[in-house]
Design a protein around this ligand. Structure first.
Ligand SMILES: [Zn+2]
Length: 192
């Protein structure tokens, strides 16, 4: 809030990112801070660099947040750009599908969810397919079939503490369950 503080936060986030651009929490923090001060293009550059090295759902999430224009149709276009950045990334196709759902572009959403199904389907893939089927045709056997598939699909990956095994929805430097420092990691998923 005080003058100078946001600049300082930005500088240290930039330093952390420069030190290790592959470190995901550094990239998402820097991109968020840049977008907050209106430097959207620069935020996107940071996310592009990080995404090329290691795509991750958190980067996909900030990708949308960093867009200067939050119109649902614009966000669909932004996520199309993310898909194009590096082919075959389930997290990009999923994020694009979610943007399409928000824009009520059901056909676009379904085609990208089908792509996720080929690449690395998890619970959320089938939940969203059920949402699309419900929006298009209402409750019925198709929705129920997707919900059944969601139950038997692999669980969505989450951040996990390597020290105590607790799962976390966001990355933290310190595990609030066991106090371990720098122990929260992202599991490898989607291996055929
Ligand atoms: Zn822990």
């Amino acid at each position: 809030m005080a003058t100078g503080r946001p600049d300082q936060a930005l500088q240290s986030a930039q330093a952390a990112f420069d030190l290790d651009p592959a470190r995901l929490p550094a990239a998402t923090l820097l991109a968020r801070l840049l977008a907050k001060v209106g430097k959207h293009a620069k935020a996107v550059k940071v996310l592009e660099q990080a995404w090329r090295q290691s795509p991750h759902p958190d980067l996909a999430k900030v990708w949308g947040e960093a867009s200067a224009d939050q119109n649902p149709l614009t966000l669909v276009k932004r996520y199309e750009a993310l898909v194009a950045l590096k082919p075959g990334q389930a997290d990009a196709h999923f994020a694009l599908a979610e943007a399409a759902i928000n824009a009520k572009l059901w056909g676009v959403a379904r085609s990208h969810l089908d792509k996720v199904r080929e690449l690395a389907p998890t619970t959320r893939t089938y939940r969203r397919l059920a949402d699309v089927a419900r929006a298009e045709k209402g409750e019925g056997p198709e929705v129920q079939a997707y919900l059944n598939q969601a139950m038997s699909a692999p669980a969505d990956p989450r951040w996990r503490c390597t020290s105590c095994g607790t799962s976390h929805s966001d990355w933290h430097a310190v595990c609030d369950e066991c106090g371990a420092v720098d122990a929260i990691t992202w599991p490898k998923v989607g291996k055929a």
